[in-house]
Design a protein. Structure first.
Length: 516
């Protein structure tokens, strides 16, 4: 349906009896748009319908037909449903959902869907409900009813239950933008209450959302695509998923349990609805060079692509914090220079849920050697997570040693330790490397590293750290590391030899300017 046709819909409805019959429930009860758009007549063309334009046209048509303005409740109910469907259309077309939802429209309505739609029809907007929907639509009672209808409809798709929950919530949070954009054309409405609410809140919210989108584009999406040192490839090009082991409250690694995929484990914690999990601060510990910072870059961008706006990621290097403030919110705001964080409640309002990814706790510890200051900061982190359950999540990375000497750790730390690279992960890493340097020399070095007879034990241990594996492989590529020298070397001598050659390579190759 073209834009011109939509604009003329108000006139043509009077001339087309069949369409008028289909739209009769909408004209009489504006909150039935969701049911209308689930109908067979609309599903055939539903993917291309401009829902916001249709909703505005319906309101105009109602005004022309009845010679009176729609009520505030009718405006909110209709526009919110149109915004919800626009959001659904956008999320549905994302790459991870497109194929799984390709045949959704062809599936007949189920009995469960009919029941859900009936509940929607019976939902009454009392005095508080429209304003609640306007102020915080994703958490409103009205949105919960919409979510139930959509979740029921998605049962016929190829999504599993967890995917349905995430999909539905993303649609709900994403619909806010369409809602405020719809009422932005204030000449479309003459309702005084709607106009008053719009003037007092919508402008600021739209500014905030635009600021967040700029931040995500400039500060988050770019991180995995930054080049490594002076190489031409990026972090994303050679990144491999990491494995981790659980750490108990006594700082002991639980050897009885198998390693977990770190990304999967963190993702599950973020979307878990268990209240006990929602109160936990996720602490990822590991030694230097094991991939903490690269994981933060990668995971932050994954949240941007797959969970935003349900969750909005914010990445902060803790070493960049100049001074601790009286509250964690103030400390975070002092580091986030973007507009959306600068308002008094910019990080804690009801509109946006943040995942704060705080990288490098050990560097913070080195910079601020005062144990009391560090302990107070950790206490703030633990308290913040408890205060904002299901609103915000906090992930911290750092070395385990950074927690030593702190008498009272927050009781709500959920800790894991990143494991060293095993042979399988090393092979994945070399596969990525060979996309850029697919030479016999690379294959020779891979065989050397994984040959216990030829490669000294200390060198094999170093090669289990992602950063050092990169350095060793790059040094061998650049003819700085001669594996023939290690044939008769002891482990200690081999390690000293590696460090000598690495230092020379870093100063001459990676830091070839005046900084060395």
């Amino acid at each position: 349906m073209s834009g011109t046709a939509v604009l003329e819909l108000g006139k043509t409805l009077q001339e087309q009896g069949k369409s008028l019959v289909i739209l009769k429930p909408l004209i009489e009860h504006s909150q039935s748009l969701l049911a209308l758009l689930c109908s067979p007549e609309i599903q055939m063309v539903g993917a291309g319908l401009p829902f916001i334009s249709i909703a505005i046209t319906f309101l105009r048509f109602y005004r022309e037909k009845t010679q009176q303005d729609p009520t505030f409740e009718d405006c909110v109910a209709l526009i919110s449903q149109a915004a919800y469907w626009e959001s659904f259309k956008e999320i549905r077309n994302l790459p991870e959902y497109k194929s799984k939802l390709a045949n959704l429209d062809a599936v007949s309505s189920s009995h469960e869907l009919v029941v859900s739609l009936q509940k929607l029809e019976e939902f009454e907007l009392d005095n508080k409900a429209p304003k609640q929907a306007f102020i915080s639509f994703p958490t409103s009672e009205l949105c919960k009813v919409f979510n139930q209808v959509l979740s029921t409809r998605l049962q016929a798709s190829r999504l599993n239950q967890d995917e349905i929950s995430v999909f539905t919530e993303r649609v709900a949070y994403n619909s806010r933008l369409y809602f405020f954009e719809a009422i932005g054309g204030r000449d479309n409405f003459t309702n005084a209450r709607l106009d008053l609410l719009y003037s007092s809140q919508a402008v600021e919210l739209l500014k905030k959302y635009n600021s967040i989108e700029r931040y995500l584009k400039e500060e988050v999406a770019s991180k995995p695509n930054e080049t490594i040192f002076n190489e031409k490839f990026t972090f994303k090009d050679i990144y491999v998923p990491l494995k981790a082991r659980r750490v108990d409250s006594n700082n002991k690694i639980d050897e009885s349990k198998e390693s977990v995929d770190l990304e999967t484990w963190v993702k599950n914690l973020v979307v878990d609805r268990d209240l006990n999990k929602l109160t936990q601060v996720i602490f990822i510990q590991a030694g230097p060079g094991r991939g903490k910072s690269v994981f933060c870059r990668t995971f932050t961008d994954w949240v941007r692509q797959h969970l935003h706006p349900m969750w909005t990621p914010v990445l902060i290097r803790l070493r960049d914090i100049d001074e601790f403030q009286l509250s964690l919110e103030e400390t975070l705001r002092s580091r986030i220079k973007t507009d959306f964080a600068q308002n008094n409640n910019g990080l804690t309002d009801d509109y946006t849920r943040f995942i704060f990814i705080l990288d490098g706790f050990d560097e913070l510890r080195i910079e601020r050697s005062n144990n009391q200051t560090i302990e107070r900061f950790l206490k703030q982190v633990g308290g913040f997570q408890l205060d904002y359950v299901n609103k915000h999540r906090i992930i911290i990375t750092g070395r385990a040693m950074a927690l030593h000497g702190i008498d009272r750790l927050p009781h709500n730390l959920e800790r894991v330790e990143i494991r060293e690279l095993d042979v399988d992960l090393q092979n994945q890493w070399f596969t990525n490397w060979q996309k850029h340097f697919n030479t016999d020399k690379t294959k020779e070095f891979q065989k050397f590293i994984q040959n216990e007879q030829c490669c000294p034990h200390q060198i094999q241990e170093l090669a289990k750290e992602p950063l050092l594996l990169y350095m060793l492989t790059a040094m061998h590529r650049d003819n700085t590391l001669d594996i023939n020298k290690f044939g008769q070397a002891t482990d200690t001598n081999a390690k000293i030899l590696i460090y000598q050659q690495a230092l020379e390579w870093i100063l001459k190759k990676q830091r070839s300017d005046l900084r060395h």
